[in-house]
Write a protein that binds this ligand. Structure first.
Ligand code: FE2
Length: 322
């Protein structure tokens, strides 16, 4: 793997320039009274500062900043914690990689928030299971799908019921974003599972050792960057092939022009890397930042155990992060 300078030096606040401009403008009338040449000089100074700030403000407005979330799995406590953190960072654009529902106790609330807060959402295998049918699910996951479907079907408010089903029925399998991240051009694919089987294929970290050919074939389908969820295990795959945990990257992966990466962003509502905190990423300039957040999983556990059709294991795994 290449090594990068990730200090984010391009993120200097442009208010510094405005402050100087304001301070100089306060002194201008005084300097004009002193003599004419100093007034002309101050005028030029003001003009150059003004032009500088226009340029910096333009760069600031062009900054690409967005968050990517995935695998909420009807966990309202985790989702609201993550959304609050995203809002606190001033991030306005959120993309979701699917599995909004399944496993957890609050499918309606989570769907409503995803509909309201995200720019787009991708179809996950659990969304597919509820809308169409479960495929290759174990008994507990299948039961959770059927219970979720029943909850959504028995919603009394017609508009809420229709908007949720409409949303689930229109989820795409893939989205692509062509953008500039800092000085780097980027083509970013968003899928739930993998670039070649976007709904159901698992890409596990061990694949880089046990099945490198699979990883190579997956990278043939990647133009540049591909965000995935599905395994609930955050980290970065490179085409060497190799896999890097967020810890090994100090929680930051810098996107550059000539390096392909498949980036698993982890799970909001059911982390499985032995860390029970909610996981998501945000992208600022060319840096993908991995975030973990503690949330009130005990409340989610209580809700799950109170619902007979949901397996208690779905509650226990939230505590253990598995
Ligand atoms: Fe999932």
């Amino acid at each position: 793997m290449r090594y990068y300078n990730t200090t984010g030096s391009q993120n200097k606040p442009y208010l510094d320039g405005w402050t100087v401009c304001f301070a100089v403008s306060l002194f201008q009338p005084v300097s004009l009274k002193v003599n004419k040449s100093s007034g002309v000089f101050t005028g030029f100074l003001l003009l150059s500062i003004f032009l500088h700030n226009i340029r910096v403000a333009f760069v600031y407005l062009r900054k690409c900043m967005f968050a990517v979330i995935s695998d909420v799995h009807s966990n309202l406590e985790a989702l609201t914690t993550v959304l609050a953190d995203i809002e606190e960072r001033g991030i306005k654009t959120i993309y979701c990689l699917g599995d909004v529902i399944g496993y957890g106790p609050n499918p309606e609330g989570c769907l409503d928030l995803i509909i309201e807060k995200t720019r787009w959402c991708i179809l996950g295998n659990h969304d597919y299971a509820v809308f169409y049918e479960p495929t290759n699910f174990n008994y507990g996951a299948e039961q959770a799908s059927f219970w979720t479907r029943e909850v959504l079907e028995t919603e009394q408010a017609t508009s809420s019921r229709n908007s949720r089903w409409d949303f689930l029925g229109k989820l795409p399998m893939r989205q692509t974003l062509k953008t500039k991240l800092g000085t780097n051009a980027a083509i970013i694919d968003f899928v739930h599972a993998s670039p070649r089987r976007p709904i159901n294929e698992y890409i596990f970290p061990d694949d880089v050792y046990t099945n490198p050919l699979k990883v190579s074939l997956l990278f043939e389908r990647v133009k540049h960057i591909c965000f995935v969820g599905h395994t609930h295990l955050p980290g970065v795959f490179l085409d060497e092939p190799d896999f890097y945990l967020p810890d090994e990257l100090d929680d930051v992966y810098p996107i550059i022009n000539d390096e392909k990466a498949i980036i698993n962003i982890g799970s909001v509502g059911q982390p499985r890397d032995k860390d029970n905190r909610a996981s998501y990423v945000y992208v600022n300039e060319n840096e993908v930042n991995f975030v973990r957040l503690a949330y009130d999983f005990e409340t989610t556990m209580e809700k799950i155990t109170a619902i007979g059709q949901l397996d208690d294991f779905q509650a226990e795994r939230l505590r253990d992060g598995r």
